[in-house]
Ligand binder design. Structure first.
Ligand code: ATP
Ligand code: MG
Length: 285
């Protein structure tokens, strides 16, 4: 199956039929291919978190449906259960959800619920801890003794250990310092490379989206405003800026160069690309 996740005309209304009614997601359709890495971007309140909570059946669509491996999540109790295991959802600040006595038990919690035997659980805990950069001796510590960055790693390892087919992360790098952001970025990549996992992550950072993802899905007011490769999306740089969204710094530099009359386009979003184009412009290449 090419598309592991298909969203069909999905809408979500909170508190329907009350004075607080709010349409948070409005007619979203998208298909995500197996093994793809996509970033979901948009203003605060644009519906990103609401949308992704439909991907593992945590929220039920008000309209439309979500298919995992071609199967409607809400088809039956079994499909809901299958979706919970196929799609691993990591909330924002997942470290607040650690609760076990030891790091080991926390990482083992998800796979434990899947009915795996203890040897398989042990294998998964150790492999996930290793990918998330958690040393052996940390496994027997209490999660509450750890630093914020370490706790984030434990929370990630706990999801890795479930070996989901789709990994969905809500702002996985929020609140971390640059080194911590880089680490999380690396762990996700490493996990993805080992398991061929599909990854969808929410971010507020266009820079992170541009360098991590091969596809950007931009949301505005509950709908998808742009969806494509970074080059396709940043070709709409003016539109993004007009709606108050950011673009990578190098893209801004190229927009300015074009204003000044240089024959460049704005579908530039990484520093190496920019260097290559500038050299070509100068006739060096
Ligand atoms: N449980 C809820 N009940 C009612 N309204 C909600 C609820 N959760 C979110 N909303 C509203 O739905 C809209 C979309 O919220 P959502 O959290 O999905 O946006 P977001 O893009 O994730 O924002 P952020 O970038 O701030 O995390 C917002 O207007 C929000 O206030
Ligand atoms: Mg959110």
């Amino acid at each position: 199956m090419e598309n592991i996740l298909v969203v069909e005309n999905l809408s979500h209304i909170y508190s329907a039929g009350t004075p607080f009614e709010k349409k948070a997601v409005d007619g979203v359709s998208l298909s995500v291919r197996r093994g793809e890495i996509a970033a979901l971007i948009g203003h605060t309140g644009s519906g990103k978190s609401t949308l992704i909570q439909h991907f593992n059946g945590l929220l039920r669509p008000s309209e439309g449906r979500v298919l995992i491996n071609g199967e409607d999540i809400f088809e039956s109790k079994d499909t809901v259960r299958a979706a919970r295991f196929a799609v691993g959802l990591v909330f924002q600040y997942p470290e607040y959800q650690l609760f076990e006595e030891t790091v080991y038990k926390d990482i083992a919690f998800g796979p434990g619920n899947m009915g795996l035997d203890s040897a398989e659980i042990d294998r998964r805990v150790r492999e996930s801890a290793q990918i998330a950069g958690i040393a052996e001796d940390v496994l027997e510590k209490s999660p509450f003794e750890l630093s914020g960055g370490q706790k984030r790693r434990v929370a990630l390892a706990g999801i890795f250990a479930m070996e989901p087919e789709v990994l969905v992360l809500d702002e996985p790098m929020a609140g971390l310092d640059p080194a911590g952001r880089e680490d999380v970025f690396r762990f996700i990549k490493e996990y993805k490379e080992r398991h061929g996992t599909t990854v969808i992550f929410v971010t507020h950072s266009m820079e992170d989206a541009a360098r991590m993802a091969e596809r950007l899905i931009v949301m505005r007011g509950g709908s998808v405003m742009l969806d494509g490769t970074p080059a396709e999306v940043f070709a709409h740089a003016e539109e993004l800026i007009a709606s108050g969204l950011d673009v990578p710094q190098v893209t801004r530099v190229f927009m300015r160069l074009r204003e000044l009359g240089a024959p460049v386009d704005t579908a530039v979003y990484t520093v190496p690309q920019a260097a290559e184009l500038l050299l070509r412009l100068k006739g060096v290449r």
